[in-house]
Design a binder for this molecule. Structure first.
Ligand SMILES: Nc1nc2c(ncn2[C@@H]2O[C@H](COP(=O)(O)OP(=O)(O)OP(=O)(O)O)[C@@H](O)[C@H]2O)c(=O)[nH]1
Length: 322
């Protein structure tokens, strides 16, 4: 208890003029969102299993600075707009965007603006609720100066066309790989955050060990889309996290072995999906977050097991770490 009090004091100690709030990085697949998130946050993405004011967002990372705290969140519907149609999409996007303070919209410098970019930009303009949208031209290291300039101009134009008169709040070129303008981008984001004390303490965000956060990320991914069918029937246990032998120091890898426990064979089938497709997707989705959390590549080994009535069996509960 005393520990959390200490954290509270730390938060309150932040001076006047401090800004804190939420941002989301939008953009089509491969636009560089994850890489940029990692670059903004630093090596290790700090995540918390305790949800902030909203439970709709997953925290991707937190940028701590002396004068601001930027919490980067994920809005699932934004990145896969094609899977949802019409009004439902608009509602979802409006809903999720209503809770962030500023939106970052990633467009790669090395690809022409396409229908996917235009689609997302239109969504941001129409249902973004007048939230400031910062266009980010990513991967500037992949092209020459002239190409970056041309892309900046094209992006400006796109902003005026689809966001309306106000256009993009800013257009910022960055390279996450070469650490070009990443810090500048953070300060641009900060301008659009409300005056507020820090929302999370510096550094470690929970008292929980990394394994618990890893389990949380997998649980989150495994429940995606099947929450109703598997309300409280899923337990995730991280069996081990061990460094892969024979990897060079600058290219390490961790083996993460995890068991997912469900209560019934039918639930196992739901988690695994047809031909294992769903479990693979769970692995892919969780892996990104875990790699960001641990700051290194991982190999994620997921096993689904049936532990009959584990919720009612004290022995099982102990085994599952409850
Ligand atoms: N050269 C270069 N490559 C980059 C940069 N940022 C991202 N990439 C590469 O672009 C690819 C996509 O980057 P991600 O960060 O995974 O993109 P994303 O938008 O998160 O992709 P999704 O998760 O599919 O939505 C990866 O191969 C990255 O290594 C950059 O600044 N420079």
């Amino acid at each position: 208890m005393s520990k959390s009090k200490g954290k509270l004091a730390l938060i309150e100690a932040k001076g006047e003029g401090f800004r804190a709030g939420f941002a989301v990085l939008a953009g089509r697949p491969n636009a560089g969102k994850s890489t940029l998130t990692n670059a903004l946050v630093g090596q290790k993405v700090a995540i918390t299993s305790a949800k902030p004011q909203t439970t709709r967002h997953t925290i991707r990372g937190i940028v701590h600075r002396d004068t601001f705290q930027l919490v980067l969140v994920d809005t699932p519907g934004l990145h896969r707009p094609r899977t949802l149609l019409g009004k439902r999409l608009n509602d979802l996007v409006a809903d999720t965007l209503s809770e962030v303070d500023v939106i970052g919209f990633c467009l790669p410098a090395n690809e022409k603006i396409g229908p996917g970019d235009r689609f997302i930009a239109t969504q941001l303009g129409q249902v973004g609720g007048n939230k400031p949208v910062i266009a980010i031209v990513t991967k500037t290291d992949t092209v020459d100066r002239q190409a970056v300039t041309d892309q900046l101009i094209a992006v400006e134009k796109l902003g005026r066309e689809v966001i309306g008169e106000r256009g993009f709040a800013a257009v910022v070129p960055v390279s996450a790989v070469e650490d070009f303008q990443v810090n500048t981008l953070a300060t641009v984001f900060a301008e659009y955050l409300p005056l507020s004390p820090a929302l999370y303490p510096d550094g470690e965000l929970t008292d929980e060990p990394e394994a618990v956060m890893v389990a949380e990320l997998i649980r989150e991914a495994a429940l995606e889309g099947v929450r109703d069918e598997l309300p409280h029937s899923l337990a995730v246990v991280v069996e081990e996290i061990i460094p892969r032998e024979g990897r060079s120091e600058d290219n390490p890898m961790l083996d993460v072995r995890v068991n997912l426990y469900v209560e019934r064979p039918s639930q196992k089938a739901i988690i695994i999906g047809k031909g294992g497709a769903r479990l693979r997707e769970v692995g892919t989705n969780a892996r990104k977050g875990i790699e960001a959390l641990l700051g290194t590549k991982i190999y994620l080994d997921l096993h689904v097991k049936v532990a009959k009535d584990w919720q009612r069996d004290p022995k099982q509960l102990v085994k599952l770490g409850f």
